[in-house]
Design a protein around this ligand. Structure first.
Ligand SMILES: *Cc1c(COP(=O)(O)O)cnc(C)c1O
Length: 418
């Protein structure tokens, strides 16, 4: 019989750590991963037939829930006509129009195949557009695994306790300046771009302090640097228009991923028409991709976006809010110190008394040893959370009150054992 155990054994023989992305390996929570056989709405089923209410949801992409019929239909329809052409398609135009329509100030986008690629390309564009070399990133923000952006990275980099610099040359990070999140750094005219997660969602969830994003905007303007919002998580999850609409602060460059591909590999970066004019074939900044704008991915992304209405965001926020309140009550009843920072539909969890505001405080809370016990208690009860304390919770539109209430009940049980 195929079991999680036997598959993990086989996987470890042929795949480093048995996984194709480090956080999946359960390294920081102990034990071994469950291997997914299929997903449906809010659930995943492992190869042993066990069902889990899934709050991983691919770390964000399956915002409609797993195997959503509209997404499957769109993919099937696209696949029946071929899977990749190397020539432009109508759906690439449609999804670019849809993104620019939703995100005020973004006039053009270029599609890529991952969030990593989006950030990497956006940095190149910013350097090309400004003629400057240096970039600023914030400790605990994650922008994918590009050399220059790995340093002090959140998500799996943080969870593994890595600095993010092995295998990366000193030269590759010589132009990267790392600043603490939620403090506006003083810039100078050597800075091409300031990259920020407008809501930090890769060190648990850390909201921007009042004035932080506004301060970045003003400081970038003062020295002529570009401001880049990495919206790979927040994009099309926070609200229709993204973080600029939510916070009222306009960046110059945007990165997207996760939700935009509807569960297929896709990312995007965008900016004003003028800035994007630096990109080949219009300008001298080269960027390309064999599978960019893939017909299956654009079909899935369009299907996802068509369901992401204002009502959908209200529902997602209500779901996150119900989960937040129920979990807070359950932890309080058990005398467990926990905070659940929430920004609209985005929700995080830290076992501490005070909401972390930067990487140091997030790290102290994430690494205090409580999360692994909570994680396994929940997993035993059929609730799948991310196997690492640095990730956000990802309720989907398929999570109904029944699943949320069952989750809260499990939290109450597990809390009493912490
Ligand atoms: C996930 C993520 C990325 C990287 O996206 P991949 O598709 O995993 O390459 C970049 N930035 C942020 C904010 C992310 O959450």
């Amino acid at each position: 019989m195929t079991t999680n155990e036997s598959l993990f054994e086989r996987a470890q023989a042929v795949i480093p750590g048995g996984v194709n992305s480090p956080v999946r390996a359960f390294g920081s929570v102990g034990g071994r991963p469950y291997f997914v056989e299929r997903g449906e709405g809010p659930f995943v089923y492992d190869v042993e037939g066990k069902r889990y209410i899934d709050f991983v949801q691919s770390y964000g992409p399956s915002i409609l829930g797993h195997a959503h019929p509209a997404i499957l239909a769109a993919i099937n329809d696209a696949a029946s006509r071929g899977t990749s052409y190397g020539a432009p398609t109508e759906n690439e135009v449609r999804i670019a129009e849809e993104m620019c329509d939703r995100v005020a100030g973004m006039e053009m986008v270029r599609l890529v195949s991952s969030g990593t690629e989006a950030a990497m390309s956006a940095i190149r564009l910013a350097r090309g557009a400004t003629g400057r070399d240096k970039i600023v990133k914030f400790a605990g923000n994650y922008h994918g695994h590009t050399d220059s952006l790995l340093v002090a990275g959140g998500s799996g980099v943080a969870q593994q306790g890595l600095k993010g610099s092995e295998g990366v040359t000193a030269g590759a990070i010589a132009d990267t300046i790392v600043a603490p999140y939620n403090v506006v750094p003083e810039l100078d005219e050597s800075i091409a771009v300031v990259c920020v997660e407008p809501v930090a969602a890769n060190m648990g969830l850390v909201a921007p302090a009042p004035g932080f994003l506004e301060g970045l905007r003003a400081e970038c303007d003062r020295v002529g640097a570009l401001l880049l919002f990495d919206e790979v998580i927040t994009g099309f999850r926070l609200c229709r228009g993204g973080s600029a609409a939510w916070f009222g602060v306009q960046p110059d460059v945007w990165c997207f991923g996760k939700v935009i591909g509807g569960g297929l590999p896709m990312g995007a970066f965008g900016a004003s028409r003028e800035a994007m004019g630096n990109l080949a074939p219009l300008g001298g900044v080269y960027q390309a991709g064999t599978l960019s704008g893939n017909p299956l991915a654009t079909a899935a992304g369009l299907a996802a976006l068509s369901h992401l209405t204002t009502d959908a965001y209200e529902q997602l926020t209500a779901t996150a809010s119900r989960l937040q309140e129920g979990m807070l009550d359950a932890f309080a009843a058990a005398g467990v110190s926990a905070v659940l920072p929430r920004v609209g539909p985005l929700l995080g969890l830290f076992f501490t008394d005070i909401e972390p505001h930067d990487f140091d405080s997030a790290k102290a809370a994430a690494d205090n040893g409580v999360y692994p016990r909570f994680f396994h208690g929940m997993l035993d009860r059929g609730i799948a959370l991310a196997p690492g304390a640095y990730e956000a919770l990802f309720p989907s539109l398929a999570h109904g009150t029944a699943e949320i209430d069952a989750t809260i009940e499990a939290v109450a049980e597990v809390a009493s054992t912490l």
